[in-house]
Design a protein around this ligand. Structure first.
Ligand code: FCB
Length: 462
C-alpha cells in the first residue's frame, strides 16, 4: 500500500504515499467551475455574468480570451462525465452558473437553466459519481453587479434566495452543498486590486464585499438547512504564511497577510467575530457589519472546503510601518503560475484549521498545478511535473491524517484544462488536456496516475 511510485510509474520522481492513511470512503475527486468550462453563454436564457462583461473588456484577460466557448462543456457534458467515470473518480465538484438559473439575479428560476443542471446531476448519479455542488464560483449575474454587486448588502439576500431555488430543484439528488468558492478572491481580486471581475479598485468596497459574501453564505446556509439540504459547507483559499526572515517587518507582513487571507474568514465562520488586529489594520475602511450579522455568518456548517496551491512568503516593503507587504520565496521550484511548490504548507494549513478552528470534516476541494503541457508525437500528454505535484500534496494529506486531522476528501483542480480567469487559456491545470481548436480531450499522465491511485486505494481496502 505504500510507495506507489515504484509500483506504478517508473521514471517519475513521486513522493511515497501511505494510502492506508485514507479511510475507505475517502472522497477522491476533481473540480471544475461553470464559467471556466461551460461556454454556451447565451444558451437557454442565460444572461451575462460579471465574468462575461469583464472578459470582453480590452486588456483585462490575457490574449483577450473569454469564456464564450471555453471547453464547451454545456454541449459535451456527457462525454465529460464519461471521462470522470473512466478515471474512476467517486466524486465530481462543479459549480452552477447563477445567470443560467436566475438570469436577473432575482425572481423566479429559469426552468431551462435548472434543467441543464438536473440533467448533469442525473448523469453523474447514473454513472455512480457523487455530485459536489458549489452554488457560487465567482460569476455574479451582471444585473446584480449593476445594482451594487457584493459591496451592496442586498446581494447577500439575493444569494440566499438563489440558493433556495437550487435546493428546491436539486435537493432530492444532491447531498453535498457548498455555498461559496474562495470569497477572498471574489472580494479582494474583484473589488480590491481589480484583477478579477468586476475589476473594481476600491479597498472599502472590497471589505464590504467580503462581509456580504460571508453574510450571504450564512443566509444561504440557513435557507439550505431549512429545505433539508444534507451537508453544507463553504470553500476557502487558505495559505501557509511564512515571513521570509525573522526581521520584524517580514513578521509583521506575515501577520497582516495571514490576517486578511486566512483569519478574516476563519474567525467569523468558526469563532463568531472578526480578528481584532485586522479590524485595527483596516480601521474605518470596514463599516459594513451590522448587529446580528456575526451570528448569521457563524451559522453551523457540516464541512469546510480548503483550496491550497502554495505557501505565501512575506517581506516588508521599503516603507517601514506602511500597510504594504511584499512577497518573497523560499527558492523552491515553481509552477507556470509562478507559485512555489510546497506540499508541507498543505499539511500545515489542515493542521492549523483542525487545531485552532474546527473538528468538522475538512476536504481539500482544490489542489493542482499549471505547467506547459505538450501533446507528444504519440498523441499523449506526459505531464510529469503535475503528477509529481499532485503526489506531493496527497502525501501531505496523508501526513495531516496521521497527525489526527479530520480530512475526508481530496479533489484535483481541475478535471479539464479551462479558462483560467485573468490568464485565459494560457494556463492548463487539467488531468485531461483540451485541444481548444477541436475540443478533443486527452487524458494526461497525471490523470492516469490519479485514476490508478484511486483504484489501488479502493482495491486495497476491499
Ligand atoms: C482557484 C480557483 C479556481 C482555479 C484555481 C487555479 O483560486 O478557485 O477556479 O482558477 O485557482
Amino acid at each position: 500500500m505504500t510507495d506507489l511510485q515504484t509500483r506504478t510509474t517508473p521514471g517519475l520522481d513521486l513522493a511515497p504515499i501511505d494510502l492506508a492513511a485514507f479511510p475507505p470512503n475517502f472522497a477522491w475527486g476533481a473540480s471544475t467551475a461553470a464559467y471556466q468550462i461551460e461556454g454556451a453563454v447565451s444558451a437557454d436564457g442565460r444572461t451575462p455574468s460579471i465574468w462575461d462583461t469583464f472578459s470582453h473588456l480590452p486588456g483585462r484577460v490575457r490574449d483577450g480570451d473569454t469564456g464564450d466557448i471555453a471547453a464547451d462543456h454545456y454541449h459535451r457534458w456527457e462525454e465529460d462525465l464519461d471521462l470522470v467515470q473512466q478515471l474512476g473518480l467517486p466524486t465530481y465538484r462543479f459549480s452552477l452558473s447563477w445567470s443560467r438559473v436566475q438570469p436577473t439575479g432575482r425572481g423566479p428560476a429559469n426552468q431551462r437553466g435548472l434543467d441543464f443542471y438536473r440533467r448533469l446531476v442525473d448523469g453523474m448519479l447514473e454513472r455512480g459519481i457523487t455530485p459536489w455542488l458549489t452554488l457560487y464560483h465567482w460569476d455574479l449575474p451582471q444585473e446584480l453587479e449593476d445594482a451594487g454587486g457584493w459591496p451592496a448588502r442586498e446581494t447577500a439576500q439575493r444569494f440566499a434566495d438563489y440558493a433556495g431555488l437550487v435546493v428546491d430543484a436539486l435537493g432530492d439528488r444532491v447531498d453535498d452543498w457548498t455555498t461559496l468558492n474562495e470569497p477572498w478572491c471574489s472580494a479582494f481580486l474583484g473589488y480590491g486590486n481589480g484583477r478579477h471581475a468586476p475589476g473594481r479598485q476600491d479597498p472599502a468596497a472590497s471589505l464590504g464585499a467580503a462581509h456580504h459574501l460571508l453574510l450571504g453564505h450564512g443566509l444561504a446556509t440557513q435557507a439550505l438547512r431549512a429545505r433539508g439540504a444534507e451537508r453544507i459547507g463553504v470553500t476557502l483559499n487558505l495559505y501557509a504564511v511564512t515571513p521570509e526572515s525573522e526581521r520584524p517587518g517580514d513578521r509583521e507582513a506575515a501577520r497582516r497577510v495571514d490576517g486578511l487571507h486566512n483569519r478574516w474568514f476563519l474567525d467569523p465562520l468558526f469563532r463568531g467575530s472578526y480578528p481584532d488586529d485586522v479590524r485595527t489594520d483596516v480601521g474605518d475602511l470596514f463599516s459594513a457589519e451590522q448587529p446580528g450579522d456575526a451570528h448569521i455568518i457563524a451559522t453551523p456548517i457540516d464541512l469546510l472546503g480548503v483550496n491550497y496551491y502554495t505557501r505565501l512568503v512575506t517581506t516588508a516593503t521599503a516603507y517601514p510601518g506602511s500597510a504594504t507587504v511584499g512577497f518573497g520565496d523560499l527558492g523552491l521550484p515553481r509552477t507556470s503560475m509562478g507559485w512555489e511548490v510546497d506540499g508541507s504548507g498543505l499539511t500545515e494549513v489542515l493542521g492549523r484549521v483542525g487545531r485552532d478552528y474546527t473538528q468538522i470534516p475538512l476536504y481539500v476541494t482544490e489542489n493542482g498545478a499549471a505547467f506547459e503541457d505538450r501533446v507528444g508525437p504519440d498523441g499523449t500528454v506526459h505531464d510529469a511535473a503535475r503528477t509529481e505535484y499532485i503526489a506531493d500534496h496527497i502525501a501531505a494529506c496523508a501526513a495531516a491524517r496521521r497527525d489526527g486531522v479530520n480530512l475526508q476528501g481530496y479533489f484535483v483542480w481541475s478535471l479539464l484544462d479551462n479558462f483560467e480567469w485573468g490568464q485565459g487559456y494560457a494556463k492548463r491545470f487539467g488531468l485531461v488536456y483540451v485541444d481548444y481548436g477541436t475540443q478533443e480531450r486527452i487524458v494526461k499522465t497525471s490523470g492516469r496516475w490519479f485514476a490508478d491511485l484511486i483504484r489501488r486505494h479502493r482495491g486495497g481496502l476491499l
